[in-house]
Design a protein around this ligand. Structure first.
Ligand SMILES: [Zn+2]
Length: 101
């Protein structure tokens, strides 16, 4: 009689309330954008270009959706680009170091 119950095992499980709230599309809020901006302004001020050693300019954010994209150029003549992504996870924001693109 095991075959009788087989179709029931393929019924998709309904997501929990927490999962449905978490997976709902929600762009970054003003507080999250502000926090990311402060973090990466500090990071950019402390970071040198990995190619030419010049300091980085203040970063710009593209924060219309997750992951938030951060971009900064170096102040050298070549203006090398550096990028990082910030994603949202259940335990908070996950940041990446500014790396040369
Ligand atoms: Zn550079």
């Amino acid at each position: 009689m095991e075959w009788f119950f087989l179709p029931w095992t393929f019924v998709p499980r309904a997501p929990s309330w927490y999962e449905s709230q978490w997976n709902r599309y929600e762009p970054p809020g003003a507080a999250e954008k502000w926090l990311i901006e402060i973090i990466y302004e500090t990071v950019a001020a402390e970071t040198r270009c990995t190619r030419c050693g010049a300091p980085l300019e203040p970063p710009r954010l593209r924060a219309d959706a997750w992951p938030v994209r951060v971009a900064a150029r170096c102040r050298g003549t070549a203006r090398h680009r550096h990028r990082a992504n910030v994603s949202r996870a259940p335990d908070g924001l996950h940041t990446e170091p500014l790396a040369r693109a």
